[in-house]
Design a protein around this ligand. Structure first.
Ligand SMILES: [Zn+2]
Length: 458
């Protein structure tokens, strides 16, 4: 009995000792981490708090307090650089806060470094798909100004070098999907979308100088990992691939001219559509249409537009000429066209001939035809005339709305107009339906849009 007691007491002593030494070890570790932090901060890290900048530029206290972030314990894995471009710092700060974005560090033209307090564990919203593991650094100036400002660039380079060392971030930009490295905001936009406009941000020239200055490895865009794959929001064509152009399988001079079920398209007395107005295309698949997408061609001539569609291996179901005559381009309304990524498999695509929204708005005979087509098609296929929720693929939408939600377009900018929301409003209201403006689109302020909502992003 006594012997057993002794064993128990000894065990307790042993556990206590183990606990004590583990505790000592932990305290030691966190202390040395703390000392390391301070050493770095004193040498070359942070010089000024960002609040100094707020007071320098008379940023209102309420605005400063409204900066939102998520606090989480983290070890940053990547650095993304941004440039203030043509904005002065006051406007840059105010706009960033107003549009609910922010960044961790700002480095001005003289090389002053301003940091947000305890930035390491603050997650700001700037690139929703990357924010959790990124430190965002904003550099004052346009890409060229930063590139030519050796004093500023030296500070930026040293700062990034120290940060990368501290968190073991590799000095390279080749593989953004690895989540580790140093990247420009431009590369993040091209990979993940989530931008407000497509202007370059950060600058590849600037990043190449930084990485070379740190003896890292800079990779130009053509060498970025998987750069030619479909997963990129902005897909780049591989210049080395000499893929022959896809064969046409259907359309003008390949298949027999079809009859059309639509009253509002041109056809002869037996209902056959005119041969020379059809498009050559590659058949993809059949669909039961549940929506309509409107586009403008950006070209003022019908035959020329037809040629451009064929050259690019894209298509539309219907195209409406300037004189108000509409043509069915594909063999059937149930054939999918290639016009607006994310909607092709469900929507009838209508191209409207015209250079810009203004030209479309001024063409009454053409607009009346578009309205008649929208009414007729929606009646035949039981499509609601409603533009509120594009992801439902039920309704009548602009190509711009599709681009903002799904991306997958070569011409993708924040200030997009295809065919123009003013035109959409005119068409939808003419059918007696309610038009939803962009701020009323379903979930528009959500982060699952390729082009985020807003006018400004740092
Ligand atoms: Zn940026």
């Amino acid at each position: 009995m006594r012997y057993q007691k002794l064993i128990i007491i000894n065990r307790i002593k042993f556990y206590l000792a183990t606990f004590y030494f583990s505790l000592l070890f932990l305290i030691n570790c966190s202390q040395s981490e703390h000392i390391k932090d301070q050493a770095l901060d004193e040498n070359s890290f942070v010089e000024k708090k960002i609040s100094t900048m707020f007071s320098n530029f008379q940023i209102k206290k309420e605005l400063e307090e409204s900066i939102s972030y998520e606090t989480r314990f983290r070890y940053p894995k990547a650095i993304v650089i941004h440039s203030t471009d043509k904005y002065n710092i006051k406007d840059y700060l105010e706009n960033s806060i107003k549009y609910n974005f922010f960044f961790h560090i700002l480095i001005d033209k003289s090389g002053n470094i301003f940091q947000y307090p305890s930035y390491k564990n603050k997650v700001f919203r700037l690139i929703p798909k990357m924010d959790k593991y990124v430190v965002h650094i904003s550099i004052e100036g346009t890409e060229d100004e930063i590139h030519n400002n050796s004093q500023q660039l030296k500070k930026v380079t040293n700062f990034i070098g120290n940060l990368a060392k501290k968190y073991s971030i590799p000095l390279e930009n080749k593989d953004i999907s690895s989540e580790r490295g140093i990247f420009t905001h431009t590369q993040a936009k091209k990979k993940y979308g989530n931008f407000v406009d497509m202007r370059d941000c950060g600058g590849e020239k600037v990043l190449s100088k930084i990485l070379i200055g740190l003896s890292g490895t800079y990779s130009p865009e053509s060498e970025w990992k998987d750069r030619f794959s479909k997963e990129w929001t902005f897909r780049k064509e591989d210049p080395k691939s000499n893929r022959p152009k896809e064969e046409f399988t259907h359309g003008r001079s390949i298949t027999i001219s079809p009859t059309s079920i639509l009253e509002n398209v041109e056809k002869d007395s037996s209902g056959v559509v005119p041969e020379e107005y059809r498009v050559k295309y590659t058949f993809d698949q059949k669909m039961d249409p549940t929506c309509i997408v409107l586009h403008y061609t950006a070209i003022s001539d019908f035959k020329q537009s037809l040629k451009v569609l064929e050259d690019r291996r894209v298509s539309a179901n219907i195209m409406v000429d300037k004189n108000g005559k509409a043509y069915q381009l594909l063999d059937s309304l149930n054939h999918t066209a290639r016009a607006a990524g994310g909607t092709n498999n469900a929507c009838i695509q209508i191209e409207i001939i015209g250079k810009n929204t203004e030209e479309l708005l001024n063409n009454e005979v053409q607009t009346q035809k578009v309205i008649a087509l929208v009414k007729e098609i929606s009646k035949i296929f039981n499509i609601p005339i409603n533009n509120e929720k594009i992801e439902s693929l039920k309704g009548v939408f602009s190509h711009t709305q599709a681009k903002k939600k799904f991306g997958r377009s070569v011409a993708l900018i924040g200030k997009d107009f295809d065919p123009g929301e003013e035109y959409m409003k005119k068409v939808i209201e003419a059918t007696g339906s309610k038009y939803y403006s962009e701020e009323e689109w379903y979930g528009r302020t959500g982060e699952d849009w390729i082009i985020l909502y807003g006018d400004f992003q740092p």
